[in-house]
Design a protein around this ligand. Structure first.
Ligand SMILES: [Zn+2]
Length: 344
């Protein structure tokens, strides 16, 4: 089968590899109908050291179950499924608490030693706990929005939950990538009164407004902090969705949270230390978040997608074949595209 492998920064290739097959009795093999390129795939695209063996890429997919191991019960051959970016058994103490990204038998797709979803097929460990069977056919018009349940919509929702968004709250979203845009959808869905998007790309800002952003702050650093304070009566916001992961964005996040506010961070931190620890302490600001347990959120978000109340699939502005994936990375890295969908 053909699959995407990254060998180093800027070096993404489509390789012919052995076909995906079940290894453990709890595995399933999913033939990928749709996958996509994630903003987090761009970090290794910028920085990965050269590797002879490379790393399989992709962690978001919808596909059809092709085969299952002997112990798989909840999914069967022919089912159309969403594959969350992390696999999980669904039964351990953390899964039962709704924190599948901390599953004691879990892990992530698209890392060294695991299959990736930017491929014709993928081996899915812990299939019963991981895969979510969709009640629609694979040519359904809502496929792009359903695909976002594998990561970006669930991640934007997680940022909003971690930032304690609730009816009447003032909210800021840092980052205008696909996760930030889904964070706007999530904040509106949870009843936020004011939603300030911090971002600078015209096409993304326009979409953020359509998703429910009420204000736009395109400044950076101290000027951005000043603008958010002006827009919120001088106090800052109750909830900040930090969807970038850089030191500067975290510093901004804590600086625009009002006393007693919360920061929900879902951008993978690119540094080891947390900035602005002292202001966070004196403001009694909660800093929460992490890898989103998107598997836990599908039940809640799916009806809104199926009934058209939210349209997160609009973050996709380009559709490509598997052969075009290397150019898809380039396009996203150069901000030519918000998010690229792959039809293998
Ligand atoms: Zn578990």
């Amino acid at each position: 089968m053909r699959a995407t492998v990254m060998f180093g920064a800027g070096d993404v290739r489509i390789e012919t590899l052995p076909d995906a097959r079940t290894i453990e009795p709890t595995d399933a093999v999913v033939v990928v109908s749709r996958a996509c390129i994630c903003g987090s795939d761009l970090w290794p695209y910028k920085t990965m050291e050269h590797s002879e063996t490379g790393r399989r890429m992709g962690h978001e997919a919808i596909g059809v179950v092709e085969s299952v191991g002997a112990d798989v019960r909840a999914v069967k051959v022919g089912d159309l499924v969403v594959m969350p970016f992390a696999y999980s058994d669904g039964t351990c103490t953390f899964c039962r608490a709704g924190l599948q990204t901390s599953c004691i038998h879990g892990g992530f797709f698209g890392v060294v030693g695991m299959d990736g979803a930017q491929a014709e097929a993928v081996r899915v460990p812990q299939a019963d706990g991981t895969l979510f069977v969709l009640p629609v056919g694979k040519d359904h018009a809502l496929m792009p929005s359903l695909l976002t349940l594998s990561d970006v919509m669930g991640t934007g929702h997680h940022a909003a939950v971690a930032a304690k968004v609730a009816p009447g709250k003032k909210v800021a979203v840092i980052g205008d990538g696909a996760v930030g845009l889904c964070g706007v959808i999530a904040a509106r869905r949870l009843g936020a009164e004011q939603i300030i998007i911090l971002g600078r790309h015209a096409d993304r800002i326009a979409l953020a407004r359509e998703f429910g952003a009420t204000d736009v702050v395109s400044e950076r650093g101290d000027e951005a902090i000043e603008r958010v304070r002006e827009l919120t009566g001088g106090f800052g916001v109750h909830s900040v969705l930090e969807c970038v992961g850089l030191e500067q964005s975290m510093l901004t996040a804590i600086s625009i949270a009002r006393p007693g506010g919360a920061v929900g961070r879902v951008g993978v931190p690119q540094g080891e230390t947390m900035p602005a620890s002292l202001p966070a302490f004196y403001g009694n600001i909660t800093v929460s978040g992490g890898p989103a347990p998107v598997r836990a959120y599908i039940d809640e978000l799916l009806p809104d997608v199926l009934e058209g109340r939210i349209e997160p699939g609009r973050v996709f502005d380009r559709v490509i074949s598997l052969d075009e994936v290397p150019d898809g990375y380039r396009a996203m890295n150069e901000r030519e595209s918000i998010k690229v969908m792959v039809e293998p």
